[in-house]
Design a protein around this ligand. Structure first.
Ligand code: NI
Ligand code: MN
Length: 278
C-alpha cells in the first residue's frame, strides 16, 4: 500500500466526518512495515476504524424575535424570554411552543412575555430570579428559582445565574443573565444588560455561544456589545433585542463587522423565524 493511497483514504474519512450529521471518531491505523529503505516508508497494513461515539443532532437555535430564542438539542428544548404576544417581530404563537425548560431573565413585559401561558401548556420548568417565584408560583407553574452567582443542576447540564446591569421589573429583585450548559456546549444569554466590567469573568466559562442585546436605549448598543464580546471571548455571537420597535432600530451588520474586526468570534445574524445550527 503506497502513501498516495493512504492520503486518499485519509481525505475520504475526513470528508465523512465533515459531512456527517453525526459525530464520528475516525481513527486511521497505519502500521508501518519493518521495511524502511532509502528513507521511504512502506505501509503494509492499513485499516480505518470508524466508530460512532455519540449520536446527537447539532444544537438548533431559532430566533423568535426581540430576545426570544428556542434552543433545541436532543430531547431538550429551551425557551428564553418568550415575548410573543404584542411583539411585532414574533413569528410564532405561544400555543405553538412546547419547550421542556423556560428561562426568564427579568420581570419586564418584553421578557416575561407569554412565559406563564407556555409553561402551563407545556409543563416546562421555569428558571428565573427568586423574586419572580411568587408571580409564577401563583399561576401554578413549576419554578426553579435561583439567585445571582448560583449554579443550578439540570438534566441537560447546568444553569448559572449571571448578573445583568438592568432593572428587574419587580420590587426587590435583580435582572439576570444565564450561562446554560446544554450537553457539551455553553450558552450565555445576557438578557437586558448594560456593559459592565465583570463580563470579563465569563472568559473562564469558555462560552460557545453568546446571545447579546445590541439595540441601545434600554441595553448595550453596538459598540458596547462589541466590547462585551472582547471581554467574554465567546466562539459565536448572535445579536438580539434590536429592530423590534423604532427606538431600538440598529443595523446588525455594523455589529458583525465591528466584532469580527476586533475579535475571533463569529457573528451570525438570524432574522425572526430563522434557525441556525451550532
Ligand atoms: Ni428590560
Ligand atoms: Mn427588554
Amino acid at each position: 500500500m503506497n502513501t498516495t493511497f493512504l492520503m486518499k483514504l485519509t481525505r475520504v474519512s475526513y470528508q465523512i466526518m465533515m459531512e456527517s450529521k453525526y459525530v464520528i471518531d475516525a481513527t486511521i491505523c497505519c502500521h508501518r512495515s519493518s521495511i524502511c529503505s532509502n528513507f521511504l516508508f512502506y505501509y503494509d497494513l492499513f485499516d480505518i476504524i470508524i466508530k460512532k461515539v455519540e449520536v446527537f443532532d447539532f444544537m438548533k437555535i431559532e430566533f423568535l424575535g426581540h430576545a426570544a430564542f428556542l434552543i433545541t438539542e436532543g430531547d431538550y428544548t429551551l425557551l428564553f424570554d418568550p415575548f410573543l404576544t404584542g411583539n411585532p417581530m414574533a413569528t410564532k404563537k405561544p400555543e405553538e411552543l412546547k419547550p421542556t425548560h423556560i428561562f426568564v431573565s427579568h420581570g419586564h413585559s418584553d421578557h416575561i412575555g407569554d412565559a406563564i401561558l407556555i409553561a402551563r401548556n407545556s409543563s416546562a420548568k421555569v428558571y428565573t430570579i427568586f423574586e419572580l417565584e411568587e408571580v409564577f408560583g401563583k399561576q401554578g407553574v413549576e419554578i426553579e428559582p435561583g439567585n445571582l452567582g448560583g449554579r443550578l443542576p439540570a438534566e441537560f447540564g447546568s444553569i448559572k445565574l449571571i448578573p445583568a446591569f438592568h432593572g428587574s421589573g419587580i420590587a426587590g429583585g435583580h435582572a439576570c443573565g444565564f450561562v446554560v450548559k446544554l450537553n457539551d456546549k455553553k450558552i450565555y444569554f445576557a438578557g437586558d444588560t448594560a456593559l459592565f466590567g465583570d463580563m470579563s469573568l465569563l472568559q473562564d466559562e469558555q462560552i460557545d455561544l453568546a446571545l447579546l442585546p445590541i439595540g441601545d436605549v434600554f441595553t448595550m448598543g453596538i459598540e458596547d456589545a462589541a466590547k462585551a464580546v472582547e471581554m467574554i471571548q465567546p466562539k459565536n455571537v448572535i445579536p438580539m433585542h434590536y429592530n423590534t420597535f423604532p427606538p431600538i432600530e440598529k443595523d446588525p451588520v455594523e455589529f458583525k463587522k465591528l466584532v469580527e474586526a476586533k475579535t475571533q468570534a463569529k457573528v451570525t445574524i438570524i432574522k425572526p423565524g430563522e434557525t441556525t445550527e451550532l
